[in-house]
Design a protein around this ligand. Sequence first.
Ligand SMILES: Nc1ncnc2c1ncn2[C@@H]1O[C@H](COP(=O)(O)OP(=O)(O)OP(=O)(O)O)[C@@H](O)[C@H]1O
Length: 197
Amino acid sequence: MLEARDITFGYPGAKPLYSGFSLQVEPGERVALQAPSGFGKTTLCRVLAGFERPQTGQVLVDGQPLPRRGVCPVQLIQQHPEQAVDPRLRMRKTLAEAGEVPQQLLDDLGIRDEWLQRYPHELSGGELQRFCIARALATRPRYLICDEVSTMLDAVTQAHIWHVLLDYAARENAGMLLVSHTPALTARIATREVALA
Ligand SMILES: Nc1ncnc2c1ncn2[C@@H]1O[C@H](COP(=O)(O)OP(=O)(O)OP(=O)(O)O)[C@@H](O)[C@H]1O
């Protein structure tokens, strides 16, 4: 189980976004996180994936804190893929951050061979997001945090990406926390909804 236990987090100089917030995600669950804009959904996603440290409380997987080094069992896929990659690296190297990436995964995501030689700015947002998803899934995470992963994409790309993510979660019995501003998408995907505020 992925657990946020009694989390308090505030950015320096600002009042806490939440104090003593707790959340649990079981394997195979798909939990939608709901809150108005600016209430800290993206921040919580970053806390859950170990990108930010809470001032109090803990993020636990099966009762254990997230590992300080090595592969994190909780992988975050962000809204803006260009912020998640090193602009100086060709995509082949960015993918290699996950170790060996199965060709089948690249095929499933529709990643073309010729894209591997490109830099992030030479790809569309949808193409770049596919790489970020490939990199995340190649580490075989137990939990996926999907923060508005398809907001900027056209309907066909959106459907394609969600198909791959849901297929992975079903196959691996992975848990998922998702943030989406599209109620129809949330209704189709989430097995449960949780209010942040
Ligand atoms: N790095 C940062 N430093 C300081 N303040 C930040 C930082 N990132 C976000 N904030 C502030 O923290 C608050 C929560 O931001 P966050 O992006 O987590 O909200 P959100 O619920 O995901 O919003 P939205 O639905 O609009 O995407 C906002 O007021 C934002 O301005």
